[in-house]
Design a protein around this ligand. Sequence first.
Ligand code: CMP
Length: 581
Amino acid sequence: MPHETTLIATVAVGFVLAFIFGFLADRFRLPPLVGYLIAGIFLGPFTPGFVADPSLSGQLAEVGVILLMFGVGLHFSISDLMAVKWIAIPGAIGQIVLATLLGVGVGTIWGWSLGGSLVFGLSLSVASTVVLLKALEERNMLPTANGRIAVGWLIVEDLAMVVALVLLPAFAETLGGHAASGHGAEAAADGSLAITLGITLAKVVGFVVLAIALGPRVVPWILGQVARTGSRELFTLSVLAVALGIAYGSAVIFGVSFALGAFFAGVVLSESRFSHRAAHDSLPLQDAFAVLFFVSVGMLFDPSILVREPLAVLAVLAIIMVGKSLAAMLIVLVLGYPLTTAVTVAASLAQVGEFSFILAGLGAALGLLPKEGSDLILAGALLSITLNPLAFVVAPGLIRRLSAWSALARHGEHRYRALEADLEAAQARAQEREHAHVLEVQQVVQRFPIFADIDPEQRQEFLLLFKPRSANPGERIIQKGDKPDGMYFISSGKAAVDTDAGEVALGPGDFFGEMALLSGSRRTADVTALDYCELLTMSRRDFLQFLARNPGLRQRFTETASQRSEVNRRGHAEPSPTGMA
Ligand code: CMP
């Protein structure tokens, strides 16, 4: 195959096979993700037939990780996490420790180094956010308190893994591997672990502080500017530019992982009014690249491990599906939450996914994790993701059975209720914020009848076009003969238009300034505030662009302008067509 087309071939064959196997998986009532992994196995070097370029697919997978983490950040609500923090933080950390210890134990028995066993244990301790979100969504459990505990728990796990990813290269040599080439390697070379660690942490902290301090100001501002242009394409592009730009930039400048950078890009956006639109616009790309991510993971998998070491695979599967779940259940119960929560969290965690692959990849690159370890992690991931739906099927029965035990039946009820109330309050606050925004649009539309049937899709950007301004009694707002700068809409107060035909009073709901803007000539009359006026203004450029996208509206403004100039020409003023309230 000609070299230039390898990228196209990798993407094309990847998508086609992923589609076929994803569809088949769905037919067998398995998550499509299982199909993508299988497609990857067929594309990989361990099976006959077409072999995709591993370095290319690895890079495509990295884009997938960036977009996935960006999505996780976008859906990350700090207030939700705060509401579940007393269970999610100690739970996730406790469970990571227990599961890692299990992994370290098994790795040590198999004769691996401490570093290798540690990477192995960590990889098995973290569940897949992508798989969990899909599982909860399918079962309508995402909005429930249990669902949100599980999501919060996984976010804490993800964050812990991000820290692990950053620290691992610094510790690689101490743990018996070799230093990574690139970031951190120089410092590790002089043997001073404390310095390496200090530098690494300082970089991460520097990045986080910058992201929190600057991000929420700069990023929504940029998106606001883009939204005003009304171009859907540019908006989607700006979302992608922010996600990939921050991820790449932070990796280059701060040595922070792509994943962390992308996650923060999402978090920064999640608090802005554009979060829904950004999530909506970037979803198709997120989906597409996530597919390539899973395909490329499948490519690394050597299926012969299932035959070569069936017992080891079973042990890994037991750690993931039984060990981890039991640990999580126990922790939830000890923390004083009810059985349903314990079982839901346990079922949600009974798989491993994206972070395990990333960790395993890094562990192998640092010379810590033996090849066999990567294979086992991949086998465990493939099998546990496939079997995960089973955990949700078993869960209700388990709850019923265990509830028969009177001691457990009422356990933790009041805590759960309190948490539910907290979550509801957090949600109500979020809705209120959103509602306040929606109302604003409605108010503008109600106040200015000319906007009555503006396309609901455009309402978001529409609001961005206005800037509030006030005028004191007697203040000249528009001067006859001036070059036009913008449009004026009267929210409250009265203004007088001084035409050749006499004075015309305008009031709330009226607008002025359209004549010069539409004709491209100079202002036709003086406009003066009669009393204290609150106005909404729109710049000339925004107004004209907005009309270009809304021909119906343009027509109405043009009609009003010609009626007004007709009145002025005929020499006697009549009340304005929109009328004073
Ligand atoms: P423009 O010419 O840009 O600036 C002065 C504005 O006064 C003008 O646009 C109209 O919006 C407004 N105006 C002019 N004549 C009348 C009129 N007869 N009735 C109401 N408004 C008017």
